[in-house]
Design a protein. Structure first.
Length: 233
């Protein structure tokens, strides 16, 4: 499982799916940062091959979803399936988020613009996620947001056959190949009324304060986990 910020984002899922593994990306906070999703894909493939994993079910959130999608395009033979959560094939970032992160790097007294909106997550997990975001620091967040902003495989995504629900599968499977966006239809530019100030991706749909939103798998695991169980049990 590949997070946007820290492996603890997948706490509920790794507790439920025995034998699953959540990873911290390089530089989060240990190791060298990688400035592109393409670079993250190569790091992840090296990890998977070094560990000897086969027919991997790759799950990614936000930035991690972009990594999963590009991995499926480049190395489908490694995968059983992918699941993307709150992500898409084009991850343009609101310019204000980039500017806010630049300010947070220069002034430690300014809160990381991404270290907010934990209201719907249980306090004990929310505290861990906030702490990990602070450990990573705004420079890591800016690095990742820039990587997202440069990411655009809209012209290639049709190479992964998909529909509005289900799974992305590698070649050779009898089941229909499908994309599984937990939070709704596949994201694409022009499908939103405009930028959402509380979300870095300018084309993601806005959510009300009482909706699970971008961290649905952390705020509402009772809904997400049974769907995954149905697909993989």
């Amino acid at each position: 499982m590949v997070p946007a910020a820290s492996k603890e984002s997948w706490t509920y899922q790794t507790q439920y799916f025995k034998g699953s593994l959540a990873l911290d990306l390089p530089g989060h906070p240990h190791g060298d940062r990688i400035p592109s999703i393409e670079g993250y894909v190569e790091w992840l493939r090296n990890f998977i091959q070094s560990a000897g994993y086969r027919q991997v079910v790759l799950v990614g959130h936000s930035l991690g979803g972009g990594i999963a999608l590009l991995y499926a395009l480049k190395y489908p033979q490694d995968l059983e399936a992918i699941i993307t959560v709150g992500s898409g094939a084009r991850l343009r970032v609101h310019p204000q988020f980039l500017a806010d992160l630049e300010k947070a790097i220069k002034d430690p007294g300014i809160e990381n613009a991404l270290n907010t909106n934990y209201d719907l997550i249980k306090p004990d997990l929310a505290d861990v996620l906030k702490r990990r975001m602070k450990e990573n620091g705004p420079a890591v967040s800016l690095n990742d947001m820039k990587a997202c902003d440069q990411f655009d495989i809209m012209g290639q995504i049709s190479q992964i056959k998909h529909s509005h629900s289900g799974l992305v599968r590698g070649p050779g499977h009898k089941d229909p190949a499908q994309v599984f966006p937990v939070s709704g239809r596949p994201y694409a530019p022009g499908q939103s009324p405009g930028y959402s100030r509380r979300h870095p991706y300018g084309f993601c749909r806005k959510t009300r304060g009482d909706q699970p939103g971008h961290r649905r798998f952390s705020s509402n695991p009772g809904q997400v986990v049974p769907i995954w169980k149905t697909k993989f049990s």
